[in-house]
Ligand binder design. Structure first.
Ligand code: TXA
Ligand code: MG
Length: 395
């Protein structure tokens, strides 16, 4: 048996013991992290908090350890991992020549939620990059992540710490739900600040390409870059020839996979505001109600209030009380339409609503824009499973 098969077998036979370690992000006791840093360095898997989402870390220079990440997540082998470092000084060992644009962007946004893709050095194992000649690198800002990587003294390959296809984890219990018995350690450092994965920008060829929108927006990147950036998803911006190039050869294998999906079917109410009885939100709600489905909604307080004139809602996270037959579960992310607050709460809401057992989630859509791109990208992906029917079985 090859190594990752052995690891998968150990998981299947329940031989792997997971330990949970709580770390106070505001007051990190080094000794708490020392143990996990040494385990990481020695080839074990450690899930840890970052400012975006929780990551599932392995020593990036240890191909066997990285193969265990794929086994633990059930991740397709052709989807490469982001390598996390604690300082810009560690970049040189991974990439061949750092373009000026990369230096400028990291100077502006690192440490933080920005991942840059560079041409890689041979020292990076093939399994990390799924055989690509590029490597994605991020310097996380979360104090626990930085200290863990610094103490481990190795670059850390880390995808989001969820089972493949599930919403990314933004709280430690999300990681426990997906990875208990599959990794050595889970570090609980509280809730992630941004709640959506990092912006991924490809700098490996002449034109920078946005592979995944995130908290750092396309406009912010263009301002520092002093030039336009091509969006790999829409392929609408500047150079036509470069866009065709991307269509022929997908640059980020990850984008083709289904992502972030709750168990429930997800509907996006395009014109959510104001929630008049003619809004799509109200229409979906009325329709799902007649189909007798268990419904969850994800929206601002403002929308909940408008809908509340007609329906009775149970607020999540639940604080006790009995579920009334026919009641609708509501996860409210903030006072009024706010893409950052919605993004920060989205994945938690999906898991909470799934836990409540809803058949369908109606989520607040937002108009197209620079600061709504990341939130709408994740919503669109989560809703993209067209085989799901309200009330029907998952494939
Ligand atoms: O915020 C984040 O980025 C989190 C935290 C843990 O840092 N990580 C994360 O990793 O979201 P993951 O594996 O879930 O998503 C990484 C994305 C995937 O879409 C993958 O295809 C892409 O980055 N990627 C990784 N290496 C790449 C490369 N060399 N070229 C193009 N895309 C790459
Ligand atoms: Mg992921």
């Amino acid at each position: 048996m090859i190594d990752h098969e052995k690891y998968a077998a150990a998981i299947a036979h329940k031989e792997l013991e997971t330990r949970l370690i709580r770390v106070d992000a505001d007051n990190i006791a080094q000794k708490d992290l020392q143990l996990t840093a040494e385990a990481l360095r020695a080839g074990e898997l450690v899930a840890f908090p970052t400012e975006t989402v929780y990551g599932l870390g392995a020593n990036a220079l240890d191909a066997a350890a990285v193969s265990h990440v794929f086994a633990a997540k059930g991740r397709p082998a052709d989807n490469p991992l982001i390598v996390h470092i604690s300082s810009i000084d560690d970049l040189e060992q991974l990439v061949t020549g750092i373009p000026r644009l990369g230096q400028n962007l990291f100077a502006a946004f690192a440490p933080g939620p920005l991942t840059l893709v560079f041409r890689r050095k041979p020292a990076v194992p093939d399994i990390v990059t799924a055989g690509l000649d590029t490597v994605a690198v991020r310097i996380p800002a979360h104090p626990v992540a930085r200290e863990l990587i610094r103490l481990a003294k190795v670059p850390v390959a880390a995808p989001s710490a969820n089972r493949s296809g599930r919403p990314s984890p933004t709280r430690a219990w999300h990681v426990r739900q997906d990875l208990w018995g599959r990794v050595s350690y889970i570090i609980d450092g509280g809730m992630c600040t941004y709640g959506l994965e990092s912006t991924v920008l490809d700098l490996s060829s002449a034109t920078p390409v946005l592979l995944r929108p995130g908290t750092i927006t396309a406009r912010q990147l263009s301002e520092v870059a002093g030039r336009g950036i091509i969006n790999a998803d829409s392929g609408t911006e500047p150079k036509r020839d470069a866009v065709q190039d991307i269509e022929l050869q997908p640059r980020s294998p990850g984008v083709k996979y289904r992502h972030y999906a709750p168990k429930a079917k997800l509907l996006i109410a395009a014109d959510a505001r104001p929630a008049s009885k003619h809004s799509q939100f109200a229409q979906y709600l009325a329709q799902m109600k007649t189909e007798n489905l268990k419904i969850g909604i994800f929206c601002s307080q403002e929308i909940l209030q408008a809908l509340g004139e007609k329906y009775y809602f149970i607020r999540l996270p639940a604080v006790g009380g009995n579920s009334v037959k026919g009641s609708i579960y509501a996860f409210v992310y903030g006072e009024k339409s706010d893409p950052d607050a919605a993004g920060a709460a989205l994945f938690d809401a999906m898991r909470q609503l799934d836990k409540a057992g809803v058949d369908v989630i109606i989520a607040e859509g937002m108009p197209e824009g620079d600061n709504t791109a990341a939130y709408m990208n994740r919503l669109d992906k989560a809703a993209a499973n067209e085989q799901k029917h309200p009330g029907g079985q998952r494939p």
